[in-house]
Ligand binder design. Structure first.
Ligand SMILES: *[C@@H]1O[C@H](CO)[C@@H](O)[C@H](O)[C@H]1NC(C)=O
Ligand SMILES: *[C@@H]1O[C@H](CO)[C@@H](O)[C@H](O)[C@H]1NC(C)=O
Ligand SMILES: *[C@@H]1O[C@H](CO)[C@@H](O)[C@H](O)[C@H]1NC(C)=O
Ligand SMILES: *[C@@H]1O[C@H](CO)[C@@H](O)[C@H](O)[C@H]1NC(C)=O
Ligand SMILES: *[C@@H]1O[C@H](CO)[C@@H](O)[C@H](O)[C@H]1NC(C)=O
Ligand SMILES: *[C@@H]1O[C@H](CO)[C@@H](O)[C@H](O)[C@H]1NC(C)=O
Length: 422
């Protein structure tokens, strides 16, 4: 039963394609005059592929594999500039420690994306200026790194993560197997031309798609095997389209596959709900909270909170507005780069359950939102992860790092026994 529901779901949402195909609105939604608090979440900006294609005239990639590129920096900065236009004077341009809080995964590309987004959001003025000759519009801004929130897949003590990722990493999910079977001839052709064994793992096909994305951004000429494919029924456009369907295939699959979606995004959703509750009870002066993360985690939390979306391109994500008047309510928006420096914030499509309770201005009562999405979240991450509870203090500790605790315990027991025997 569960399996067939899952299969149906996969078929429904596994349409592939890329964000560029969907026309984005040209102008951003205006913030509601009643909005008191804004949360945004974003995937990192454009990054290098994991593996670089050889046999092309490559002028890019010097940052190293998976690192943020100049395009990615521009995308993240564009997001920050657009967010500032959106929030207006909700919080000052200057960083105010009581009013804003930012979080990143530990990955360089996420930290760097957040840094440039904060630069767009917080150009310093007056007392915050410090070297106007060299850095008129820039000041350092702090943020918190949390992998349990934003990169659970790399938290060492999260044993469950390996479990939920195994069928994805091995292309064992039925839909991944289908994709492989339907594209065997092309994958074999591409494997032969690139020297990467794509029939062995779709992750390699995703790497190829990532290389194509960079080649387009940096105007690299395509190799002959792409412009004049020697594979039946494929011209350049058709072959390129097929390759692009593999972009981010594993991270996207995680967000489609509920066990992975829940484990990757559930704690972040819990944090969002907590911050909305705090804002509602005016427990904090917070005005803006931002998070920078990865495809699987960002798409997962977006799906868990009821956004109907099948991919997040680099530097794309969500924005949530919260208001208390005339009633405690939130509005859920998407944000996307278009495609580099320009960024746009616009209403998200929501699941039927949420859109049924949406008001005409797009807001949803906070109580409805929490009632509907709370079951998709969790706070007890060591339990969900099948991690020892001491992992709370040291998520990335391994078994040997927990030995001292055991030693203290056994010393205590031993001392107690010794006293008792005496
Ligand atoms: C912020 O901007 C709004 C709208 O422009 C204006 O009504 C309000 O007075 C401003 N608040 C402050 C503190 O400047
Ligand atoms: C910083 O935020 C706090 C809390 O909202 C506010 O009281 C304070 O005036 C702000 N500081 C500046 C310099 O704007
Ligand atoms: C690539 O070419 C386009 C169109 O000519 C140009 O606008 C863009 O700046 C070029 N990109 C790079 C990274 O040189
Ligand atoms: C929302 O759904 C409509 C109808 O399916 C679709 O045409 C549109 O592109 C979607 N918009 C977003 C932002 O996902
Ligand atoms: C939000 O705060 C109001 C006023 O304190 C309260 O009546 C309402 O129950 C709160 N809503 C939620 C969902 O907690
Ligand atoms: C586990 O911790 C020990 C002691 O801190 C360290 O030597 C070892 O390299 C760690 N192992 C892993 C897999 O991180």
């Amino acid at each position: 039963m569960r399996n067939s529901v899952f299969l149906l779901f996969l078929v429904l949402c596994w349409s592939g394609g890329s964000a560029n195909e969907q026309a984005l609105p040209l102008t951003s939604t205006k913030i509601s005059p009643d909005t008191e608090f804004v949360i945004f979440g974003t995937r990192h900006g454009n990054r290098n592929p994991d593996q670089f294609l050889t046999g092309i005239d490559r002028t890019w990639g010097q940052e190293g594999s998976l690192e943020l590129t100049s395009i990615g920096k521009r995308q993240g900065y564009g997001l920050g500039v657009e967010l500032r236009k959106f929030i207006g004077n909700l919080t000052t341009n200057n960083f105010n420690v009581s009013e804003v809080k930012y979080y990143s995964s530990s990955a360089n590309r996420c930290q760097m994306t957040l840094q440039v987004a904060m630069t767009g959001l917080h150009p310093p003025q007056t007392y915050a200026d410090w070297n106007t000759q060299r850095f008129d519009d820039w000041s350092p801004i702090p943020y918190t790194i949390s992998d349990t929130l934003l990169r659970m897949y790399s938290v060492k003590s999260c044993k469950k993560s390996n479990e939920v990722w195994a069928p994805i990493d091995n292309d064992d999910l039925p839909e991944l197997e289908n994709m492989k079977n339907e594209n065997t001839v092309v994958l074999e052709y591409l494997s032969q031309e690139t020297g990467w064994k794509m029939t062995g793992n779709l992750g390699k096909a995703a790497d190829l798609a990532d290389n194509l994305i960079q080649m387009d951004f940096y105007n690299t000429s395509y190799p002959l095997w792409l412009t004049q494919p020697k594979v039946n029924g494929y011209d350049e456009n058709e072959l390129k389209k097929t390759i692009m369907e593999f972009a981010e295939i594993h991270p996207r699959s995680c967000a489609y596959y509920y066990p992975c979606r829940y484990l990757m995004g559930g704690l972040w959703l819990d944090d969002i709900i907590g911050k909305l509750n705090d804002a509602n009870s005016s427990k904090t002066p917070l005005k803006v909270v931002g998070y920078a993360s990865h495809t699987e985690v960002t798409l997962a939390v977006m799906k868990l909170m009821g956004i109907e979306k099948e991919e997040v391109t680099t530097s794309a994500g969500f924005v949530i507005e919260f208001r208390r008047r005339p009633n405690a309510a939130i509005r859920i928006l998407n944000h996307d780069p278009n495609p580099i420096d320009a960024h746009v914030i616009y209403p998200a499509n929501l699941t039927k359950e949420l859109s049924d309770v949406q008001e005409s201005d797009g807001f949803i009562r906070l109580s409805d939102f929490i009632r509907i999405v709370r079951p998709e979240s969790y706070s007890d991450w060591p339990k969900q992860c099948d991690a020892p509870s001491c992992a709370l203090d040291n998520p990335n500790g391994n078994d040997s790092s927990s030995t001292p605790t055991l030693n203290i315990l056994s010393v205590t027991v031993f001392t107690f026994l010794a006293i008792w025997i005496q």
